[in-house]
Design a protein around this ligand. Sequence first.
Ligand code: FES
Length: 109
Amino acid sequence: MEENNITVHVQNPDGTLTSLEAPVDMGLSLMEYLKACEYDILATCGGMALCATCCVDVLEGEEKLKEMTDDEYAMLDTLPDLLPNSRLACQLQLSHDMDGLVVKLHGAG
Ligand code: FES
């Protein structure tokens, strides 16, 4: 692994994991990165914590993430099928702390 990359694993609907090498030095959010990897994320609000279409469920590494803001919590709370480990990917800026994170697109599989 290069110094400015971390590995993020995305669980596919069939339960397998896809491992992605994500850059931490470009100021990208997890949402922007997953979209760049052609994951099916609408992100209609463009990362403003206003649409919840970028929701992911964090399967491993949740404790390493920054605490959610009131805005993120308020938007997540509008989802009928919210899970305790759901987060808005647009509010998670890629950082070294997120190395090894395992996520699944909310509602996928
Ligand atoms: S992109 Fe809209 S809430 Fe994240």
